[in-house]
Design a protein around this ligand. Sequence first.
Ligand code: HMG
Ligand code: MG
Length: 299
Amino acid sequence: SAREAIHITDVAPRDGLQNQAIRVGTEGKLRLIELLAEAGLRSIEAASFVSPKAVPQMADAGELVPQVQARFAALRTSVLVPNLKGLERAHAAGAKEIAVVLSATETMNRKNINMGLDQATEVSEQTIAAARALGMRTRAYVAVAFDCPFEGETPLDEVLRLSARMHAAAADEIVIADTIGSASPGQVKERISALRGVVPIERLAVHLHDTRGMGVANAWAALEAGVRRFDASVGGIGGCPFAPGAAGNLATEDLVLMAERSGFATGISLAGLLAAVDFAQDELQRPLGGRAIAWLRRQ
Ligand code: HMG
Ligand code: MG
């Protein structure tokens, strides 16, 4: 029987690079994206249009995105925008897909985008509406959907309420994010099961960080709960600079290995991902890779 497909968005060019001390040039980012496309990724998050003072690594988004659009026309390329100014810049750069970032607690929104929860919710809704009017595809991150580094466990009701708001705003994808990588598989199962009651499962995506080594187990729990859309970052690089304790993202190679071995089709080549890990290692000048990297290198 045909294997069921899962869809993976590689967020390494954005989440992976945003917190790195070493600056990667526009050419290096293009090469990373090229390697991801060659590995079979059909969807990436290329950059963010945020304040260059807040995230210097993303200052070249306006130069990078038009080149990505021109060179990789078949690739679905998303960019993170925190507000209407970011959307305006993304649109000017030719972006066709954006992601807004709404955190499920007051403090995380203030630390991340300098807005309270209510304002962040309204700005996210306005940005989605404006993007849709421009014909763009939209994703809405619901960040700190498990725990907040400032407020502790995030009430499930808040995650449900905000996800429902983003769904009502007609976001194409609601991305449930474990910002600091503190979730466990039982919690993922519980929260996704509840979320299915407010957002159609085909619109739900999961964005995991791997701080405690539970990224793959959490992805499996999400798969079992019906999720078929995942964010991951090649080499496991990533983390939000404004969320203390946020380590790398779930590594794309770990997710692909787990999913393929469990009977799902990703369309992604592990050898191709290793080439991207090697390139990222050279650029960032340190060893990278997910939990399975040593085993993968021996194959
Ligand atoms: P602010 O200082 O409150 O903004 O920053 P403001 O509206 O008062 O404007 C201040 C200055 O920023 C002005 O310029 C604006 O024009 C400019 P000035 O007059 O001083 O020259 N500005 C902008 N410039 C470029 N792009 C923009 C933009 N907006 C205003 N879009 C702001 C508010 C949101 C801009 C700021 O706090 C910011 O950029 N934050 C960065 C947030 C960020 O990138 N966080 C990391 C990504 S989120 C994440 O990693 C989590 C995720 O992975 C999921 C998960 O794991 O949970 C997605
Ligand atoms: Mg993240």
